[in-house]
Write a protein that binds this ligand. Structure first.
Ligand code: TMP
Ligand code: ASP
Length: 275
């Protein structure tokens, strides 16, 4: 069946028109930067990227014009590259400027931060100087809970409270370090230093078999990306720190990765076929 998406810039009122009949597409979940809609087939979802930006656990709000379009492209690119080296992800394919089809997964309630260079909360916690290279890459776990402000946790908390099993944590740690090695090289070849980033993982069942896959998004919203020569910030830290040229940072990352839309980051107008 062909679905035509009307007004893709308005997720709250997004409409699908199956066989010319107007119907409301079911919204499954709305987060701070994305909306999840029911997908065209069971076990799939449509992930819509908004321009909304938040920081400091939702206390700062803003709009970064064109961010959703760029993050959709950048995350598509990175997830496809991960798949090429055998790292499973929830990504299926990009549908249009702001949407991608993903596999529905059970999100593991742990945010995994991988750090190569001191920045952000690590500097505050351990009184480090921003930009100081770390002796080795560090993987941290945070409990995914907005109410609690995503607190740093130990593996013990995750296993004791049943958020993930020891085997799952081992696999997550192993995958995160592989992703870090791979993405560090990929960004270096684009003149970008991968300072740190956040990953989320989900459980995906194929019949009786469960796999852990990378979920959510990988974009300048959840990576720190610095120009490798000047250390200029090209990610959401420009928004967090009230800096100028926020949109330009996202555009430059997309341009260097070779995924900047030819028409620029403006949204599509009018109806778009999504399947
Ligand atoms: P942090 O230094 O603030 O702990 O952030 C580490 C990395 O995780 C950085 O690349 C930004 C990203 N991040 C998110 O994606 N979501 C969040 O809620 C936070 C706090 C950080
Ligand atoms: N995404 C988080 C929030 O809004 C924090 C951040 O990215 O800095 O609240």
């Amino acid at each position: 069946m062909r679905y035509v998406l009307a007004a893709p810039e308005l997720p709250a009122t997004a409409l699908v028109i199956p066989e010319n009949r107007m119907a409301r597409r079911r919204r499954i979940y709305e987060g701070k930067a994305k909306v999840l809609f029911e997908g065209p087939e069971p076990g799939t979802l449509v992930q819509y990227f908004k321009d909304d930006a938040t920081a400091f656990n939702n206390s700062k709000h803003g709009i970064i014009t064109g961010k959703g379009v760029l993050n959709n492209r950048i995350s598509e690119f990175l997830m496809m590259k991960l798949a090429e080296i055998g790292i499973p992800t929830h990504f299926v394919r990009r549908l249009n400027m702001r949407e991608q089809l993903i596999r529905e997964v059970e999100i593991i309630p742990i945010e995994v931060m991988v750090r190569n260079v001191a920045a952000g909360s690590l500097c505050e916690r351990l009184a480090l100087t921003e930009g100081q290279p770390l002796p080795r890459s560090i993987v941290e776990f945070y409990y995914k809970s907005d109410e609690l402000g995503n607190p740093l946790i130990a593996e013990e908390h995750a296993t004791a409270f049943g958020w993930a099993s020891p085997q799952e944590l081992d696999e997550i740690m192993h995958m995160s370090l592989r992703i870090n090695d791979f993405m560090t090289g990929l960004f270096i070849s684009a003149g970008i230093r991968l300072v740190d980033f956040k990953l989320e993982f989900g459980r995906l069942w194929d019949n009786d078999e469960m796999r852990i896959v990378v979920a959510d998004e990988i974009s300048p919203d959840n990576c720190r990306l610095w120009d490798s020569k000047t250390n200029e910030k090209m990610d959401k830290d420009r928004f967090r720190g009230d800096m100028d040229k926020i949109e330009e940072g996202y555009q430059e990352v997309a341009r260097r990765l070779g995924v900047l839309p030819e028409s620029g980051p403006s949204d599509v107008t009018g109806a778009t076929a999504i399947q």
